[in-house]
Design a protein around this ligand. Sequence first.
Ligand SMILES: C[S@@+](CC[C@H](N)C(=O)[O-])C[C@H]1O[C@@H](n2cnc3c(N)ncnc32)[C@H](O)[C@@H]1O
Length: 657
Amino acid sequence: MTDPLTSVDSTTVSHVIALCAAAADAPALTACLSAWTGSITAAVVVVVRAQGDHAAVAAILARLDPALTAEAVDGAAAAPGRIYLCPAQSTVRVVAGRLRLSRRDREIVGDPHIDVALSLLAEDQGTGAIAVLFAGAVSDAFGGTYAVKEVGGMVMVQDENAKSAGARSEVALLADYVLPAKSLLMELQGYVEHHRRMRKARKVAPEVDDDGVERVVSIIGSHTGVDFRDYQKTTLLRRIQRRMSVHRAASMVAYIDLLQQSPHEVIVLYREMLIGVTRFFRDEHAFVALRARVIPQLLARAGAQEPIRVWVAGCATGEEAYSIAMSIQDGLEDLGTHAEIKVFATDLDREAVEFASAGVYPASVVADIPPHLLERFFTRTGDSGYQIAKHIREMLVFAPHNILKDPPFYKIDLVTCRNLLIYLQPALQRKVLSSFHFALKSEGFLMLGMSESLGDLASYFSAVEGKWRLYQKTPGLRAPPPSDELFHEVHRFRPSPQRPGHPTAAAAAGDSLQEVINQSLLREFLPAFLVNEPCEVLHESLRLLSLVAECMTSIAMVTGADGSIRYVNRRFVEISGWSADEVIGGNPRLLKSPDADPRQAAELWAAITTGNRWQGRFVNRTKSGATFCEDAVIIPVLGRDGMVANYLKLSQVVPGP
Ligand SMILES: C[S@@+](CC[C@H](N)C(=O)[O-])C[C@H]1O[C@@H](n2cnc3c(N)ncnc32)[C@H](O)[C@@H]1O
């Protein structure tokens, strides 16, 4: 009897590999393909970087066994183990087991051919998509790599030297493998076979992995503090299965063992969970509608006092946030007026946010940007990429933020949250939408992704352009409040003190606490001194100021960027009754009185997480439960990397409440 999991139908293609290369990759291609025997259930399509690369790549394929290669012909059945070269000036895809060719009449500026081919591959093959990128193709594969990874496909990058710049590129960091050419084939065969068997097993017994997913999610939660329990299980499973195939884990149990032993793998999987495809002006018509129907209303409202405040939640690598900022600037220039614009762009993925804040993108993005905006708002960088113009970058503040846990921003004119809700289960979607309703000003606007909807919060918004998912908050209606659990959830998972793989956290941890206090006090009270005096004087002042912190009659508290207490001074201990040891590592919420204003925390976080100071009155309680009031100022302190690393709170006890 044939084992249904191991049997191979010799005519069925289980995966499609897009092998992407340039003429300069000839030696590496030869090293990889010389051992090609065709014993794999995947079909291979060869995608060349530019039309000029075609002849060199064709010459290499011509040296292989003719039974294993062919020129792609429209309508021909794709056979496993066969390598198809796409004719020059064409794009090839595999649809329902057949090759489909379309003509590519021109080279587009920046030549995004590889990006296009990979995006189609992702669309057609889903988890069966594999991108093999030779070194010469990597720079054109930015968007395509995201597309393949998002659907649960696999990406391999050829690099002979694991420490080279190529191996550290954004694309290589996303890849499942970075390997020298001679090792690619063996790993490819192993991956395809393992992944094919796993997909088949899942078809035979679909429910078996659900417990496993929950265990994996709990491991990720305890390492990162991020709770994926209410994300869509199918997406999580797809990403877990890809990592299982990379490690050839025989079962979910084996993979869980691996996770328990390898914090590195936990972080890789965590990042995989967050990978999301994005692009400038994604769903172009939705942006046209935003520009025509929403932006004029925002600009008409803009007052001299208040900036227009936009929140782009789940901004990934920044393309959506910059698209919004450019659209608003375009509107302003049309009107010939000026208004202050603030775009808060947030995402859970710190690395994505750091990438976004540089505003530098590969040349292939130009295909997504309307030419009149490209010309005005981008400059070319030396290495054939593009950078967003400074005056647009200055409108944006990028920050890490978890929409499920961190307080929402406040007094927002436009919230955009596109293609994030689809990853969440309906109950969580509702909570997030409710927090957006709370974040918006009366009659503020909301923009969602094309496959997302308001669900049962529909009555709290009216449609501006329903087709393009543009809504406006209905005045006078209060949506069900986002529960306490959403805003202030005591972390169900204990985050590790320093997140591996997070350079920002590491840099912040490098700043000594005393230095943080000193710098903030100095900036606070002696700004002129900082700018004018020579270094020796500065250091002496810092030493003196560190003594001040302990002696002063104000209460001083320093927290990390995550809000956990790192330092309290002697005055804090006197007033609160808590000892330093009891509170360090805890959360300032332990001081919160039941009489405190529940909206205050949201307003406070909206200010300080975007680098602004906050000033106000707290109603607190001591360890013994007595109420006391303090007038406080909270100052965000930037780390050496320019990100908020700590918060300093200085306060005075005042009579009240
Ligand atoms: C598919 S991308 C969408 C990017 C962009 N909004 C767009 O539509 O082009 C989804 C993004 O949501 C982010 N994300 C997932 N869960 C999140 C959470 N709880 N809080 C904030 N961002 C989250 C991911 O890191 C990822 O960057």
